[in-house]
Design a protein around this ligand. Structure first.
Ligand code: FES
Ligand SMILES: [Fe+2]
Length: 397
């Protein structure tokens, strides 16, 4: 990969290299990488109100449903008979039935009834009809799927997903941009000064209000690969060298999860230019309730929203274009984490092409039980400073 550090700066990607990292569809190298991980695709609560939901994930059009006997199914959206969308179908005990001529499919995608064929023939045609089907699991109030080959890896039990006596707020947004620029934000500590702090203070001053956040500067940033991704650390001007922002920090988990002690951001690629973004906030000492909401990124006039801090991030990611043109960037020393991430992303793609598991795939139950616990900076000077005035993600400013 042509990312070679030069005097503290780095060479940019070519157009072709950018395509390799950002394509998500079947049989693309990037899409094959993404097909080695579980992805959240919906709230479990969505299927309490609707029995059948259209889902687009990794460039594939599917339907998600809950059958009468309680199983989840995720299958090809088109009926293989004459292509009716199965979103028009309905669920029965064993699976989903097409509304046009009643062909009936179980959760493995096997056709188990073709009413007219069964009436007039021996009823064996259906044995030769099978549609694409993917596994679905429920964890932490979310429904997850895996679109890759057997053997299926374990669905990672990140501790926030299974924390007991906690309340959960889950905010869903489908963003009109590629997933990689969203993931890269997790390796970009410096943007906080500008996108969140200085921009918020400018908006306040234009409205004649005092600054909402004390401004600050990053003095040092550092990045460290670990078994699930990369930790980022920051030293803020005025903070001691032993501050947990600098000694611990928090990680980006491959392929694109931002992880903090009480808030994860999951990013599920919908297609090359859309991403399902999920802000997953956990409040300890709760009663176990889960609240889901749609979080918009723009108002009815198409203006970016910034009521929530994460909406400032949304506008930045969308503002880079549907797929950020990495071939025309000028990378500086603030971008060291991003350069490292791209190298590791390419390494992970290469590993899959060689038939190996990429970074962060969990197959050993001992690593996943009772949960995967990671270290975080917690309530550090930096998060306290921001938290007093600007709340991150899922919480209003
Ligand atoms: S199109 Fe689905 S049963 Fe005919
Ligand atoms: Fe941000």
């Amino acid at each position: 990969l042509a990312v070679r550090p030069v005097h503290g700066e780095a060479e940019v990607l070519s157009v072709e290299e950018n395509a390799v990292l950002t394509q998500v569809g079947p049989e693309t190298p990037g899409g094959e990488l993404l097909r080695r991980y579980w992805h959240p695709i919906a709230a479990a609560a969505d299927l309490q109100t609707e029995r059948v939901l259209p889902i687009r994930v990794l460039g594939e059009d599917l339907v998600l449903y809950r059958s009468g006997n309680g199983d989840f199914g995720l299958v090809d959206r088109r009926c293989p008979h004459r292509s009716l969308s199965l979103t028009l179908g309905w669920t029965e005990d064993e699976g989903i039935r097409c509304a046009y001529h009643g062909w009936y499919f179980n959760k493995d995608g096997q056709c188990i009834a073709q009413p007219y064929e069964d009436t007039v023939g021996g009823g064996t045609f259906k044995e030769r009809v099978k549609i694409t089907a993917y596994p679905v699991e429920e964890l932490g109030g979310l429904l997850w799927t895996y679109l890759g080959p057997q053997p299926i890896p374990l669905l990672p039990k990140w501790e926030v997903l299974v924390r007991e006596n906690a309340d959960r707020e889950i905010a869903f947004t489908t963003l009109p941009c590629n997933w990689v620029q969203i993931a890269e934000n997790g390796l970009d500590p410096v943007h906080v000064e500008w996108l969140h702090v200085n921009q918020s203070n400018l908006a306040a001053s234009l409205q004649g209000r005092p600054p909402v956040v004390p401004s600050f500067r990053h003095l040092k940033i550092d990045f460290a690969p670990f078994e699930y991704g990369i930790y980022k650390r920051r030293l803020i001007e005025g903070d001691p060298e032993d501050s947990r922002d600098w000694t611990v920090g928090h990680p980006l988990i491959f392929p694109g999860i931002l992880a903090q002690e009480h808030m994860f951001q999951f990013r599920t690629p919908v297609d090359d230019t859309h991403t399902l973004h999920i802000v997953y906030t956990v409040h300890s000492d709760g009663s176990g309730k889960t609240v889901c909401q749609e979080l918009p990124y723009e108002d009815e006039n198409g203006r970016p929203l910034d009521e929530y801090v994460v909406q400032q991030d949304f506008s930045a990611w969308i503002g880079q274009g549907d797929i950020a043109p990495r071939n025309i960037e000028k990378l500086g020393r603030s971008d060291r984490g991003i350069v490292l991430y791209r190298q590791m992303l390419q390494n992970a793609i290469d590993a899959v092409q060689q038939g190996l598991d990429p970074i962060g795939v969990i197959r050993d139950p001992a690593m996943n039980e009772p949960s995967v616990r990671l270290e975080y900076e917690g309530k550090s000077p930096h998060t306290t400073r921001l938290g007093d005035s600007l709340q991150f993600a899922g919480v209003k400013k």
